[in-house]
Ligand binder design. Sequence first.
Ligand code: G3P
Length: 224
Amino acid sequence: MQLFLDTANIEHIRHGVRLGVITGVTTNPSLVSKEGKLDYRRLVQEICSVVPGPVSTEVLSQDVSGMVAEAKEVASWAKNVVVKIPASLEGVEATYRLARENVKVNFTLCFSVNQALLAAAAGAAFVSPFVGRLDDIGEDGMRLVKDIVEVFKNYPDSIKTEVIAASIRHPQHCIEAARAGAHIATVPYQVLTQMIQHPLTDIGIKRFLEDWQKVMGATANVKH
Ligand code: G3P
């Protein structure tokens, strides 16, 4: 499973890429707004220059021609732009039109297998089931990821759409997304940092250093 960062914060993105584990980024209007009033084009181009893989940015238009025009404009800003299109009927048509013009679409705000099937049929490169938001209303968000992956696997020759487990809220979601067979999990920066944490690792590092220092009296075991 690949890991994308779900943020528009350039410092967090730089750090994730430096770690060598982040292959893409997803943003949305709420995440971009968190960064304050800014030059959107410049931000997208900066993110795209830092990130090796796809960078999703969302359209604001709700009608088909508006979505298509906006998507084409944003896609012209950098080679790795992917356009997020919402799961509406207008979104399906816009996805179909964009896919025919080789603009990659991330079909977003997906809350059902049927929406995912329509995304795939229209030619979306990615579909993003929102796990946390389904959990928020008492449903099993990860069940949706499992179901979409299972259904897509029945059509390996015709469905090339990749499943992005989105609206990830905690490290357990990452494990469950991988077990469900999601191609990608897009994680907030905080979740990325939580994924490495384990108290026994911290205790282990401390104990090894203390034992070494008791005998050797120095912290480094090689001269440098
Ligand atoms: O990738 C979608 C994500 O940004 C939504 O997350 O936590 O607002 O439901 P959340």
